[in-house]
Design a binder for this molecule. Structure first.
Ligand SMILES: [Fe+2]
Ligand SMILES: [Fe+2]
Length: 475
């Protein structure tokens, strides 16, 4: 088991104290990170005591400790899963060769780009969510928001460590850049589209943690297969934390659905107006938010057919999630079938499997997304209502890949631009919907209470009650 050195300024299990120049470089970056956290992190809660978990080892039996801490004093550390002895490359062209402990010269720039792109998403989401504390539906939810935020901060540390340790001066410059771009900024935005979308309400927050953090899971799973061993090991550990982020999303959406159903039952009506007047969110509006965040997150996987993805796979840099479950881990001559579009007509096509890696990963992601939908529909069904929540077609509202800018309805049927414009307010949150949602966003800080639009949580954190004071707010 790796021993964590907690006495050091930067908690780590990578033996930082034996590499003085690396330690110095990271200690130089640390105050810049802290400045960024103060300026771009959760606004108005920097001196609050928050009940948080902190990673303290990679031991699966007890990797985290829980306790109240002020967020700027959170112990952001660097943790890599333990080395697997004699680990070998297990996909692409070099199967059977030893994995790399250093970056091979030929793959330097492509690996750096993969790490920077992943790293950029971590601070981006903290920036997107920085104002949400002011409208938290409960202290329990406020704590979960901050838990996600501090861990995204740690994920940034994970990527910055790799840049500093393995990419020399270029890496140090990229690490600075990660604190310079800003979500939604006109001149210097974050790299990926979804991470520039504003998250100004909690419905979007729960959708983001369900759909977009799940994209994160699939990216991390792909990188956890990497032949560059330090990258694989750091991503394996990040996945441990990521699971909680998606759980926040799933339980958050479940609680909104539950509240909607409880309200329908109580009022004995499914009238949208009546549900809204009672301070709950109708299922039709939740469907629109699902449509928005799911379609946005699909773009994060990149083009269906991609020579970059083929190169990353062939070279062993980025695999498929759970590579071990495939019989063929080389896919040198195999073919993958997918649909395409020519002259506005949908066709079946075959491409080399390696070129379809983005699509293969996206399909695994879509399947994973469906699990929550099934659960919510069971709830709706059990309550006796004939309404179904659906994932829209993967063709709907895409901005990247072969479906980019093709007008389809949520079922994937190709339609005219006029039809798209005429119906868009039925498919995506309209200004009126957003106004309504914003009207619900009122801060609740009494530990016994939860906002009107979401059911109370079923269980608390780490065996504490749901009415525990998870955040001590300093006025
Ligand atoms: Fe993350
Ligand atoms: Fe996350």
């Amino acid at each position: 088991m790796s021993v964590l050195n907690y006495q050091e300024r930067i908690p780590n299990n990578v033996d930082l104290s034996n590499d003085l120049s690396l330690q110095r470089a990271l200690e130089h970056w640390q105050p810049k990170f802290k400045n960024w956290w103060q300026e771009m992190g959760p606004e108005g809660f920097q001196s609050a005591d928050v009940y948080l978990r902190t990673a303290i080892s990679v031991d699966s039996a007890g990797w985290a400790s829980y306790g109240k801490v002020k967020m700027p004093e959170y112990r952001w550390g660097i943790f890599l899963n333990d080395k697997v002895k004699d680990r070998k490359i297990h996909f692409g062209d070099n199967i059977g060769q030893p994995v790399w402990q250093q970056v091979p010269g030929d793959y330097r720039s492509i690996l750096r780009r993969l790490i920077v792109t992943q790293g950029d998403t971590e601070p981006a989401s903290v920036e997107q969510q920085r104002l949400l504390g002011k409208t938290c539906p409960s202290l329990f939810d406020l704590r979960n928001l901050f838990q996600v935020n501090v861990e995204e901060g740690r994920h940034l540390w994970a990527m910055v460590y790799l840049l500093h340790a393995y990419f020399g001066r270029d890496g140090r410059e990229e690490a600075e850049g990660l604190l310079e771009r800003y979500s939604g900024d006109q001149d210097n935005p974050r790299i990926l589209g979804t991470f520039n979308e504003p998250i100004t309400d909690w419905v979007s927050f729960f959708m983001f943690t369900y759909f977009t953090d799940r994209d994160g899971k699939y990216q991390l799973k792909s990188l956890a297969e990497s032949s560059f061993d330090p990258l694989a090991r750091t991503c394996q550990f990040m996945l441990t934390e990521e699971a909680h982020h998606m759980q926040v999303g799933e339980t958050g959406i479940t609680r909104m659905v539950q509240k909607s159903l409880d309200t329908m039952k109580k009022l004995n009506t499914d009238s949208i107006e009546a549900i809204r007047n009672a301070g709950a969110i109708d299922l039709q509006t939740l469907q629109k938010y699902i449509n928005f965040w799911f379609s946005s997150s699909l773009d994060l996987f990149g083009s269906e057919i991609s020579s970059n993805a083929a190169t990353s796979f062939a070279n062993g840099l980025k695999g498929r999630p759970d590579e071990a479950r495939y019989d063929d881990n080389s896919e040198k001559d195999s073919i993958f079938k997918l649909e395409g579009i020519v002259d506005n007509k949908i066709i079946d096509q075959e491409v080399p499997t390696r070129n379809a890696m983005n699509e293969i990963t996206r399909q695994a992601y879509v399947k994973d997304c469906e699990i929550g939908l099934k659960r919510w529909n069971r709830l709706i069904n059990k309550a006796g209502y004939d309404i179904t929540l659906n994932l829209p077609s993967t063709r709907f509202r895409r901005n990247i890949g072969m479906w980019a800018n093709i007008n389809t309805d949520p079922n994937g049927k190709i339609i005219s631009k006029d039809d798209m414009n005429n119906n868009i307010n039925d498919w995506l949150p309209s200004n009126g919907d957003k106004e309504f949602i914003n009207s619900l966003m009122v801060q609740v800080t009494d530990p016994d209470k939860t906002a009107s639009w979401i059911a109370s949580p079923i269980r608390g954190i780490n065996n504490l009650g749901i009415d525990y004071k998870y955040v001590d707010i300093v006025q």
